[in-house]
Ligand binder design. Structure first.
Ligand code: GLU
Length: 426
């Protein structure tokens, strides 16, 4: 392999190019060999499938679906499946690479994968979503499995979609395979604690950061963008710890109260709303504002989607501490602006790794057919999250670098060591 950096892979896809540039930056800083850079800058496998669905009106729509395995160096590929209009194969690859670093940093025995279907789930009926999930499951069945590639929920998917996919793939494989994917509902081989795990982990990072800053949670004002699985449980965990959650948001708008919002009420509302949205929350002591991202607060938790903190929005962010609950919420240009403005950022693949750590617990329990108590699950999760946060914090301080760079370097190192150990065969 020529020692020529000009040959490095680039992408027209913003998310993939960002993932590659962050990888090259960290790889160069740690002196990673060009050989390893070449290997790790490519996904092992990118699968594209066509998924036909007979819609409720009798017409047939063909959806595009993807599953990308970035690396299986450390173990089976692991990562979610998302349903979103923006999904494409390059986005899946970028997110699969992020999963490789996330699992590596978390210290769990997985590589990185990601998949998804380009669709608008909010405009589809339950029956249509079931057909879509089952047909997609059948299409990706040849490459997923409990010891090869283990999917999980991601944007706009949850326990129900996992059951449809698992049920279909188990039948096709001809054996019951509960560890085939994670994030399943509790009555069907799921784990108590998994639903809350990502948000609990995000909040744990926030609370650890408050400790480092010597701040009392009760003196902190937090804003949370997104009130899906990640944002809602981040808000709840923070609020239970005494933090004043002053802003929350979803596609119905952003809600604000400088004295703190009633998060239990917000849960009541989404639990009663057919689309699981915050419709009508303004009636409960909340004022509508432009965007939770720009709320007057100390800590911001962007938990909605990628790219929301960008060139246009970064300078409007008031928070000094940003804990990334979503994958890729901050573009590289915005990262620079935030840092210039004195912000400290806890990167996504550290902050939101509680989800995949929780998935690892579920997978391990499924393989054993032995279930833990919720308390054991939560205690282990919080213990690992605190340890990982502190490791990255200390490493960043020791090297005098930002947390994102420190986390990326530590994650790459573990994968690189194993690639060297296993050798280059495939
Ligand atoms: N979708 C989640 C993530 O991005 C969870 C992945 C998993 O549990 O495999 O981290």
């Amino acid at each position: 392999m020529a020692d020529n950096k000009a040959e490095r892979r680039k992408s027209d896809n913003v998310l993939l190019d960002t993932a590659l540039q962050e990888f090259y930056g960290a790889a160069d800083e740690m002196g990673l060999s060009e050989k390893l850079i070449a290997i790790l800058s490519h996904a092992e496998r990118r699968l594209e499938v066509s998924v036909p669905v007979e819609m409720d009106d009798g017409s047939v729509k063909v959806f595009k679906g993807y599953r990308v395995q970035h690396s299986t160096a450390l173990g089976p590929a692991k990562g979610g499946i998302r349903y979103d209009t923006e999904v494409d194969v390059d986005e899946c690859e970028a997110l699969a690479m992020l999963m490789t670093w996330k699992c590596s940093l978390a210290g769990i025995p997985y590589g990185g994968g990601k998949g998804g279907i380009a669709c608008d789930p909010l405009s589809m009926s339950k029956k249509e979503k079931e057909k879509l999930s089952r047909a997609f499951g059948a299409r990706i069945a040849p490459i997923i499995g409990d010891w090869s590639d283990v999917p999980a929920p991601d944007m706009n998917t949850g326990g129900q979609e996992m059951v449809w996919i698992m049920d279909t793939v188990s039948k096709l494989h001809g054996r019951f395979e509960p560890a085939l994917l994670t994030g399943k509902p509790i009555p069907y081989w799921g784990s108590k604690g998994r639903t809350e795990a990502t948000g609990r982990g995000v909040a744990t990072c926030g609370l650890e950061l408050m400790k480092k800053l010597d701040k009392n949670p009760a003196d902190i004002k937090a804003a949370i963008q997104g009130f899906g699985n990640v944002g809602s449980y981040t808000a709840k965990t923070l609020s239970d710890a005494g933090v004043k959650v002053v802003a929350i948001s979803d596609i119905t708008g952003s809600y604000y109260n400088p004295n703190g919002l009633d998060i239990n009420k917000a849960f009541e509302i989404i639990n009663h709303d057919p689309k699981h949205l915050l419709n009508g929350f303004e009636k409960f002591g909340a004022e509508k504002i432009e965007d939770a991202l720009f709320a007057e607060c100390d800590f911001l938790f962007p938990c909605a989607r990628d790219g929301v903190i960008n060139n246009q929005t970064a300078s409007k962010v008031k928070a000094k501490y940003i804990v990334e609950g979503a994958n890729g919420p901050t573009t590289p240009a915005a990262d620079k602006i935030l840092i210039q403005n004195g912000a400290l950022i806890v990167p996504d693949f550290l902050a939101n790794s509680g989800g995949v750590i929780g998935s690892y617990f579920e997978w391990a329990q499924n393989l054993q057919g032995f279930f833990w108590s919720e308390e054991e699950y939560n205690d282990r999760l919080v213990h690992i999250m605190k340890g990982n946060f502190n490791r990255v914090w200390d490493y960043a301080k020791a090297k005098n670098i930002k947390m994102r760079r420190a986390a990326t370097m530590a994650a790459i190192q573990r994968v690189a060591d194993v690639v060297e150990l296993r050798g280059i065969f495939l």
